[in-house]
Design a binder for this molecule. Structure first.
Ligand SMILES: [Zn+2]
Length: 55
């Protein structure tokens, strides 16, 4: 019996909305970065770099 490993959840500090990083967050690309916004209140949760595609 193996317990499923809980995925790390991102939690909105404003409204408490929880979702995994690949959940229902609004993703906005800003150049080489992605910004995750809360779909409920619009708070910016985190910004992460995106590997640049080789051209
Ligand atoms: Zn929120």
């Amino acid at each position: 019996m193996s317990d499923p490993v809980p995925k790390a959840l991102l939690v909105c500090p404003v409204c408490g909305h929880e979702n995994p990083p690949d959940g229902d967050w609004r993703v906005r690309r800003q150049g080489a970065r992605e910004r995750l916004d809360c779909p409920v209140c619009g708070e910016t949760i985190t910004v992460r770099g995106v590997p640049a595609l080789a051209c």
